[in-house]
Design a protein around this ligand. Structure first.
Ligand code: ZN
Length: 90
């Protein structure tokens, strides 16, 4: 049942959060993604790389001069994610 609140999803082609207007994925969206994918870190990585690809196209199309560069986009879309398994406890 819907609570009537807008989820923290991307507003394309601007790639800002529909709810809080921060650059997507905002902090809440990142937490939700980590919770959604759980231990499926490969699945999270594949999803985030797809979003990065789409965002790069959209943002460059909107403003080729001032679109974020590859390093900034990677950090924003993929670099934050806990994609490596934690070290095993001994
Ligand atoms: Zn948000």
């Amino acid at each position: 049942m819907s609570t009537g609140t807008c989820p923290h999803l991307p507003l394309r082609p601007l790639w800002i959060c529909k709810r809080c207007a921060q650059p997507w994925p905002c902090a809440v969206a990142r937490l939700a993604l980590v919770a959604e994918y759980g231990a499926d870190r490969v699945g999270l990585a594949v999803y985030l790389c797809g979003q990065l690809y789409d965002a790069a196209q959209d943002l460059h199309r909107l403003n080729p001069v001032e679109a974020p560069g590859p390093q900034a986009l990677f950090a924003r879309f993929v670099g934050w994610a806990p994609l490596r398994s934690p070290p095993a406890l001994q």
